[in-house]
Write a protein that binds this ligand. Sequence first.
Ligand SMILES: Cc1ncc(COP(=O)(O)O)c(C=O)c1O
Length: 326
Amino acid sequence: MAIQTAVNVSLDEALREAEARFSAANPKSAAQYQAATGSMPGGNTRSVLYYTPFPVTIARAEGATLEDIDGHRYTDFLGEYTAGLYGHSHPVILEAIREALDGGLVFGGPNRHEAELARLLCERFPSLDLVRFTNSGTEANLMALATARAATGRERILAFQGGYHGGVLSFADGVSSPINAPFPCVLAPFNDEAATLALIERHARELAAIIVEPMMGGGGGIPGTRPFLETLRQAAARHGIVLIFDEVMTSRLSSGGLQKRLGIIPDMTTLGKYLGGGLTFGAFGGRRDLMRRYDPREKDAWSHAGTFNNNVLTMRSESDSASSWS
Ligand SMILES: Cc1ncc(COP(=O)(O)O)c(C=O)c1O
């Protein structure tokens, strides 16, 4: 059926027309999406990837190019929300993954790569005395917050309106998502040091942690001002509150994250996304006195589990070459 293009249409009509054109151009994606709705709610397992009338299904990718199952090619400006920083097929990364694959999967024991990756991270990020791995940025933030709560014996966390720290730590539109982890929260306005300081002072005795992205990512790419971040640093130190920098996205802004560039050092840092080279990744770490509680040799150690925390594909880093194993 030929689709007519009208002039002076209403916004609704223009949208309907654009959607009709899109559907006609993507019949295989339309069918794929319909099939997916049979076993996943709305055919979706990651909310941000949905758009109307249906998302195109990606068949393959190479370099900076994506191809969908209807054969359209796209230049990828999304970069998997920074997790795809190196593109889709960087030869160094693919070789490291192939080498790791050749050595076998799911060891159920420490491997030769994890300590090297941890060493590199601790060397580069000023706040990291010690670090542990998780499988996502969400999990890293949950672990950092849980660590702060257990270490301080306090319950509440202070986060920022519009902040995003993971699927169960979302404060978009200035409110806690109904599916957030059930940590009692205080929400403060980002970059407003006077209002934030007033909230910190009011809740100081019950606050375990302040969690902040030094540049808000999902909330609009808004850099935290120096006075704002310094206010957080000083107030947290004054009241024994654990200051957590979520550097899941901002870590790429210098060799040691935004903390290194600004010279403002949090008590704990969380990492994720591109540092896994395109594979599932998260890490949390920080001050030795906080992280030492995960040392299993200590009598009072806290247990931190995770079947895939040290999965061999993610842990394999470029400098950890096969020749240095023997
Ligand atoms: C700042 C920030 N923190 C945490 C996360 C959660 O990371 P993940 O999607 O790996 O769970 C994201 C993901 O977009 C993020 O942007």
